[in-house]
Structures are given as structure tokens and as C-alpha cells.
Design a protein around this ligand. Structure first.
Ligand code: PLP
Length: 351
């Protein structure tokens, strides 16, 4: 069975061997303050910065989920700085709602599915919350719009939820202060671990705010990370698997070129066979997740026929649940698996 679900997604085939390797290495029984763990954590952060082309002065923290990061940013930064959430889909909206419940001062600017990000201008500090890849409707924020947002509000800390894009495409790091992702999407790993990347400016802001009331306060995460440690017993297995997958994958420029080429090929294939994408504007379409639209009855028939062939498609999400299905274009999927799905779709036919 092959999963084209955009999270949890098909893990890299090599993960099977890495699981056994983790067990045999003895790391799973090691204390998270032990030199063995500190070595693993430091090496993994180094590999992540190298393979994902993260600037040398940015910091990387291990946390449990992207949802947890929404809370970390709310309690450690937005509580004091306020936040402004720009979104066009379900994940961006949920992030805004979580933050509002925790801080009572989350402002929002929703925009339409076929509209570009409405760039916000301003001067003073705030936390700008952007969804880099909106997994619910298969839209993304291309580098130029992120750079434009940075230039329009240079005093803002820009946070980007890149859960379904980090490790699949390249990011314009200079435009971003806080980037996070859980690993069960583009990293091709099992769920239960997330990474949070912070710019020096973001760390400085967290230390100035000085919020220390939570075990996962940004200031605590940072202090522990300087020692190669975590605030709590982390997902050591997840970190081990992340280490091995990062060692295996090519540099992000190469991965991104493949992701974009495959996305173009998918779009041509779907258009050529009469399928209708949810998003009409090509420049707004995500390179890592595709959403195909149709009547609920047809979508449902197609998904179950695919499952009969051992192909798991992603359900639609939120307001797009019934009339779309989603296809992950994540790096862990192989050419043969993609060919198998395209073969199925060509035979099943468009609506
Ligand atoms: C999947 C996803 C999340 C939630 O990830 P968890 O690991 O379940 O917390 C958040 N944001 C986006 C954009 C996602 O795709």
C-alpha cells in the first residue's frame, strides 16, 4: 500500500532499516542528558542546517508537534507582542484561534483562495503568523511574497508554519524568523516529532520577553539547546530517524528542483486527463500538495477505487472535505509509486 496522504505520509523506504539500527545502537535506552544523546542532537541540528540551507546563526529546537509550536509562540511571544494572522485556509485559521484563546489579542486578516497574500505594512514589533503551505487547500506562499512581506514590515517577527513544505522546497530564510514543521509530512518520517527554527532576532525577542512559565517556553528551549539538550525527555527515536533521513537526502536545492518538476508534471497530467484542480491560479498552487475538485459522490467513488488498488489518497480537509481529494507530492514518494497512481487516475477518468 502506498500513501499519498499529505500527512501522516508515506515514510522513506529506508526508515524500516533505520528503526532496527536505532534499536541496535543502544540510543533508545540513553538518558537525554547523556553524551550519546547530546552528540546525536548536535549532529542532527548540524545536518539539518547543512541539508536545508538554514543560516548558520539560526537555532533549531526539537519539539513534539506543529500544534505545540502554535502554543509555544503564543505563550512566549504573541502574549506580549500581539499577533496578526494572515490565512486562507483551515490550518492558518486554527493557529489564529488557538492563539486567540491563549492571548486574547490575535488579530486576523483572512484572504481568498485565489488571492495572493495581502502583504501587511507596519513598523513596530508584532508576531506575523503565515502559513507557508496551507495543507487544507493546497496553496503556498512563494518566496517573492515572503520577501515583500518582510520589506513591508521590517520590525515584525515573521513566523511561518511550513509543516507540509519544510524539507520539500527551499525557503527564503532572510524573510523568516520562526519556521516550524512536524516530520510526518515532507521529511518522510513517522509522526511524533517537530522542529522549530529561530532566527537570532526571534531568540533575542524571546529572551527580552523572558516568559519562563512553561516547560516548553522558547527561552527554556533555547537555553537547553545551547547544551545540546531538550527541556524534557524527547522523542529520541524520532530524532535518530530524522538524523538518518537527513544524512541520506540530497541538499535542499536538489530536492526542491525535483519537487517543482514533479508538481509541474502532476499538473500537466491532471489537466491532460480532464481533472480539475481546486486552485485556479498556478502561482498560488502548492508544489508539495495537490487538491483535485469534483462532486462529493465522484470524489468518494474515486478514493475507494484507489484504495482497492493499494493507493491511499488524502481526504479533503475542513470546508473542502467532501468535494476535493489531496495528493501529496512529498520527496519520499518514488517515481514508480507516482506512475502507479497516474495509471490508476488515467483509467478511472475525470468526472
Ligand atoms: C499537519 C499540519 C499541522 C499539524 O501538525 P501536527 O503535527 O498534527 O501538530 C499544522 N499546520 C499545517 C500547515 C499542517 O499541514
Amino acid at each position: 500500500m502506498t500513501s499519498f496522504y499529505p500527512g501522516p505520509s508515506q515514510p522513506y523506504p529506508q526508515v524500516r532499516g533505520y528503526l532496527a539500527e536505532a534499536y541496535d545502537s543502544g540510543i533508545l535506552g540513553q538518558n537525554h542528558r547523556s553524551p550519546a544523546f547530546v552528540d546525536l542532537a548536535r549532529q542532527t541540528v548540524g545536518l539539518m542546517k547543512e541539508k536545508l540551507a538554514i543560516p548558520a546563526d539560526y537555532h533549531v529546537y526539537f519539539v513534539s508537534s506543529a500544534t505545540e509550536v502554535w502554543e509555544i509562540l503564543a505563550q512566549s511571544l504573541a502574549h506580549r507582542l500581539g499577533s496578526l494572522h494572515l490565512y486562507n485556509g483551515e490550518f492558518g485559521q486554527k493557529w489564529a484561534e488557538h492563539t486567540q484563546r491563549l492571548t486574547g489579542q490575535a488579530r486576523t486578516a483572512a484572504f481568498g483562495l485565489e488571492e495572493p497574500l495581502p502583504v501587511q505594512a507596519g513598523g513596530g514589533p508584532t508576531l506575523l503568523c503565515l502559513t507557508h503551505n496551507e495543507t487544507s487547500n493546497a496553496t503556498w506562499l512563494a518566496p517573492p511574497v515572503l520577501l515583500a512581506q518582510r520589506a513591508a514590515w521590517p520590525g515584525a517577527l515573521v513566523a511561518a508554519d511550513a509543516t507540509s513544505s519544510l524539507a520539500g522546497v527551499d525557503l527564503p530564510w532572510a524573510a523568516l524568523d520562526l519556521v516550524f514543521a512536524s516530520v510526518q509530512k515532507c521529511f518522510g518520517l513517522p509522526a511524533g516529532l517537530a522542529v522549530l527554527v529561530a532566527s537570532p532576532r526571534a531568540v533575542e525577542a524571546a529572551l527580552t520577553v523572558g516568559e519562563q512559565a512553561h516547560y516548553n517556553s522558547l527561552a527554556h528551549l533555547h537555553a537547553r539547546a545551547l547544551e545540546g539538550q531538550t527541556t524534557h525527555t524527547p522523542n529520541v527515536l524520532g530524532i535518530f530517524l530524522l538524523n538518518r533521513v537527513l544524512a541520506q537526502v540530497p541538499p535542499i536545492a536538489q530536492v526542491a528542483a525535483q519537487t517543482h518538476a514533479r508538481a509541474r508534471a502532476w499538473e500537466e497530467f491532471l489537466a491532460g486527463h480532464g481533472f480539475r484542480l481546486l486552485v485556479g491560479q498556478a502561482s498560488l498552487r502548492s508544489p508539495t500538495v495537490l487538491a483535485v475538485q469534483g462532486s462529493p459522490a465522484w470524489v468518494s467513488r474515486l478514493k475507494s477505487a484507489a484504495l482497492d488498488q493499494g493507493l491511499l489518497l488524502g481526504n479533503g480537509y475542513g470546508r473542502w472535505r467532501a468535494d476535493t481529494f489531496r495528493i501529496a507530492n512529498f520527496p519520499a514518494l518514488g517515481e514508480a509509486q507516482i506512475a502507479q497512481l497516474q495509471d490508476f487516475l488515467a483509467k478511472f477518468g475525470s468526472e
